[in-house]
Structures are given as C-alpha cells and as structure tokens.
Design a protein around this ligand. Structure first.
Ligand code: NDP
Length: 246
C-alpha cells in the first residue's frame, strides 16, 4: 500500500497547538513524512497543506494510540521517530488538586507516552534504528509554586527517559530529552485555569489567584520565547546524526 522506505516517518503528539504544531510543520518542510496526533483533529486540518497526516489520538485512551501506530505501519511500513510532545500542567495546591485530576495528568504526561513507546519499540527494534524524543521541561529539574503535580510528571519523565535510553541503546535506538523553559503557548493559560479552579473557596484562593494572574500575564504579554524556538530544537534533535544526550 504505497509503502515508502525512503522518507523517514515521524509521529509527533500534541500537533494541534503550540510547540507540536510548529515542529510538525518544520519537520514536514525538512522532507519527513509527519503524522501529527492530538484530540482536536480540526485544529490540525491546516497541517494537511504541508503533507502532514492528522491522527485523532487521546493519550488517556490506549486504544486510540494503538490505532494511530497501526495506521502508520500499514501506510508506511515503518516508523523512525517518535516525538512525545503532548502534555499539560494542572496547577494547584497539593491539598486541593483532586487525585483523579492528578492521575489524569500522569496519564497524559507519562502513562500514555509510555504506552506509545511500547507500541513503537517493536518496529524500531526490527529496523535496528529509531529515535524517541521526549519533551520534558525545565520543570523536570526544578519546581515552581503550586506546580507539584506537573513537576512530578516531568521529573518522572526525566527518569523514565534516562532509564529507557540505557535499555534500548543496544537495539540502535536513541532517546533525547528536550527541556524547554517558558514558551508562549496555551500551556500557561491552561495551567492558570486549573490553578484558579482548584484554589476556589479554599485557604489557597488568594495565592492561587495571584499566581494564576502572573501566569496569564507571562503567557500573553510577557517576554517569553515563541514555540518556533523549541520547534527548531526538536528539528535539530530529529536531524542530528549523533544527538547530544546526557
Ligand atoms: P499547548 O497547550 O499549546 O499544546 C499541548 C498539546 O498537547 C496540544 O496539542 C494538545 O492537543 C495535546 N494534548 C493535551 N492533552 C492531550 C491528550 N489527552 N491526548 C493527546 N494530546 C493531548 O502547549 P505546549 O505546546 O507549550 O506544550 C507542548 C509540550 O511542551 C508539553 O509537554 C509541555 O509540558 C511542554 N513544555 C511547555 C512549556 C511552555 O512554557 N509552553 C515549557 C516546558 C515544557 P489536544 O488538546 O488537541 O489533544
């Protein structure tokens, strides 16, 4: 079925917005066959102009991940690079954040990501090549006020990625971690909404409100870098012959 072994095939999650959207376009422009995954497929419609194939994918729904990987293998016969970019920050005081919401955040930022890794590895091992690029964060190495659960997911991702690198190196597969600082995307607005909501009518309301306001300001009018910066970093990590890993 039109199987192509010449073009390298990439699956990037979180392609409907921010960093993932820009990275998908850059990678397609560099000549890769890109599949972009996210829940909001309508937000990825414009990506088809660049030859990118949108896939409806929800990291909290393992079946949707299997469908996505199966479809890529059916259409391309191989998968060369997985960019685990999708993620969100559910800010709030530890006392306030519902454990179910904390679990959801781990489902997206860690368990869904891990399931995708499990699904692509058999193909990469057969090819004896491949690269997995995990978008962690500065938040995977330092903590910020009222961001406990987000940091917990990204710290977990750092450890997961370092352990994974050791395991799959013998199979010719690399693992790269990207750790962005603040980037002007919806990320900060989503984190602020969660923070505001979880702090309501609680002893943390005032500080929650002040922190959410600061986050919103930073992510709208603040001097943060644009997502293109990290899209460049991801593109370099994809194209590099010997990626810098630690
Ligand atoms: P955006 O909010 O702009 O994009 C997040 C992406 O994740 C969206 O495409 C969204 O798609 C996707 N996503 C969220 N939940 C799910 C889910 N359940 N299933 C599938 N996809 C999902 O944020 P960014 O572009 O900034 O974030 C990209 C990555 O960069 C994240 O991992 C984030 O933690 C990290 N990061 C961001 C920083 C920043 O300051 N912006 C700093 C450091 C790291 P949809 O909603 O359509 O499913």
């Amino acid at each position: 079925k039109g199987v192509s072994f010449t073009m390298k095939v990439i699956l990037i999650t979180g392609a409907s917005s921010g960093i993932g959207y820009k990275a998908a376009i850059q990678l397609a422009k560099e000549g890769y066959k890109v599949y972009g995954g996210a829940r909001r497929v309508e937000r990825m419609q414009a990506l088809t102009d660049f030859g990118i194939t949108p896939l409806e994918l929800d990291l909290t729904k393992p079946q949707s991940l299997k469908f996505a990987v199966d479809r890529i293998i059916e259409e391309e016969g191989h998968i060369d690079i997985l960019v685990n970019n999708a993620g969100y920050g559910s800010y709030g005081a530890i006392e306030n954040v519902d454990i179910e919401e904390a679990k959801r955040q781990f489902d997206v930022n860690i368990f869904g990501l891990a399931r995708l890794v499990q699904l692509v590895l058999p193909h990469m091992r057969n090819q004896h090549s491949g690269r997995i690029i995990n978008i962690s964060s500065m938040a995977g190495r330092m903590t910020t006020f009222m961001g406990a659960w987000y940091h917990a997911t990204k710290y977990a991702l750092e450890a997961f990625s370092d352990a994974l690198r050791m395991e799959i190196k013998p199979f010719g597969i690399d693992v790269v971690i990207v750790e962005p600082g603040g980037i002007k995307t919806d990320w900060g607005l989503i984190a602020a909404d969660h923070l505001e909501e979880s702090s309501q009518n609680s002893p943390y309301e005032e500080m929650g409100h002040a922190t959410a306001k600061k986050l919103r300001r930073e992510y709208t009018t603040g001097p943060l870098s644009k997502p293109d910066l990290i899209a460049n970093t991801i593109t370099k990590a994809v194209m590099s012959k010997r990626p810098r890993t630690r």
